[in-house]
Design a protein around this ligand. Sequence first.
Ligand SMILES: [Zn+2]
Length: 258
Amino acid sequence: MTLGVILAFLLGLIFGSFGTVAAHRIPRRETIVTGRSKCPNCGRQIKAHENVPIVSYIVLRGRCPGCGTRISLRYPLTELATGVLFALAVVKFEVTVTAVVYAAFFWVLVVLTVIDLEHKLLPNRIVYPTFVAGWAGIVVADLVDGDAGRLRSAALGAVVFGGFFFVVAFIYPAGMGGGDVKLAFVLGTFVGYAGGVGAVLAGMFASFLLGGVIGIIAMKVSGKGRKTQIPFGPFLALGSVIAVFLGERIAEGYVDFL
Ligand SMILES: [Zn+2]
């Protein structure tokens, strides 16, 4: 374990903490730049030393010091997930511009996952800027870290992933939200740049597999059957993260298998 990986993990914890704030405020159209966080139950301001990622949750035993209300496990889990993803970005891409770009991408995916689970929506105000900033990011990464041909894979990935979802939404509008389609263009870009079109196909497959399996479980657990509302965004995000790291290998394994 290198120092870079450890620092990335710690940085990820901090960004994860900021991510929980962003995920709470963006759908409510509040500013994410200013204003201290408050307990949603009693309105007590969260002090700086109570806002240390994961540590504070453990020290406070998962309760608000003001009113004793349970703090959602979502907060430490979001922080931990972001920390792990930042660390993995450095494991895969080492200390490079590419790693920074992918860490930022993962951060957005974490925020979108939390929002989609709570509100069943993927805000345009996040997805559109991510597409633009994402392309700017990979172009810079390509110039600095250099790997000819990968920008073409990113463009092809966006067309394959986004195009497929666009067609599915066109044929079967009830099955796929517009936010999912827009996000798919972003996901195809990043997965394509990291691992090529094979990885994009692996990511799409992983998304549907995870969504299908967990969807069936959720239907059984909720007892509402087919009326169970399950957002697809989190599965797209998870499938794409898997594809960034393992997609190329999965695709090669599949070709070997044939
Ligand atoms: Zn409270």
